[in-house]
Design a protein around this ligand. Structure first.
Ligand SMILES: [Zn+2]
Ligand SMILES: [Zn+2]
Length: 213
């Protein structure tokens, strides 16, 4: 088994961090949150010679899930996550696209499998624990690799900020609880990738994030 590597392709007008998580020796992995610009995502996969085994979704917002069905069909892989509480968002992505004036082939999403707290997802020997972290979206999940001390937190937590909670299904108190009770206890040393902008370390957020004091 090689090391866990993370490749990032910012997609959509929201500059969402579509991520390719892969093993650097086996060159196999998964795509997390293909929000759009599927041609660019496919080119990055091909340029790096990576075999994609599945697509994982953190939550049902358009910038994270808008390209998921197209990529799933192109790669012929299964689509896993988020938590079932985001089913309504996923069923209405085409409506969301029209509201935002997006025309980039956004399609409603039907996952092959929803995820629940305490489950695990994996590729090769890289195992990720699933944490259900509602607040930004009701069915938001976080993927935590305990061995690699790495978490993909989607739009739950950002460097110096937290996810917005003014969208349908948002709940600020639930969001702060998700961060304080589920994410920060994983350890100050855990490195995180988030849905937009630069990631960081949980310890820096615990000490310095103004939303968590
Ligand atoms: Zn979001
Ligand atoms: Zn987002």
């Amino acid at each position: 088994m090689g090391a866990l590597r993370v490749g990032i392709i910012p997609v959509t007008p929201f500059q969402q961090n579509c991520a390719i998580l892969f093993d650097d020796s086996e060159k196999r992995g998964v795509v997390v949150d293909p929000g759009g610009e599927v041609d660019r995502i496919r080119a990055a996969i091909e340029d790096n010679g990576i075999t994609i085994e599945a697509i994982w979704l953190t939550h049902g917002h358009i910038d994270h899930a808008g390209g998921a069905m197209e990529l799933k069909e192109a790669l012929e892989v299964s689509l896993i996550g988020p938590h079932e509480a985001d089913r309504e968002l996923l069923d209405n992505l085409e409506t969301q696209a029209r509201m935002f004036g997006l025309t980039d082939g956004v399609r409603n999403v039907t996952p092959d499998r929803f995820l629940a707290e305490g489950e695990t997802v994996s590729f090769g020997d890289h195992v990720f624990e699933v944490l259900h972290c509602p607040g930004h979206a009701p069915g938001h999940v976080v993927f935590f690799n305990r061995a690699a001390r790495f978490a993909h937190v989607g739009d739950v937590l950002f460097s110096g900020s937290v996810g917005r909670t003014d969208l349908p299904g948002g709940d600020h108190d639930a969001l702060i609880r998700s961060i304080k009770e589920k994410l920060l206890p994983l350890g100050d040393d855990v490195e995180f990738l988030c849905g937009h902008g630069l990631g960081g370390r949980f310890g820096d957020e615990r000490r310095g994030n103004p939303f968590l004091v």
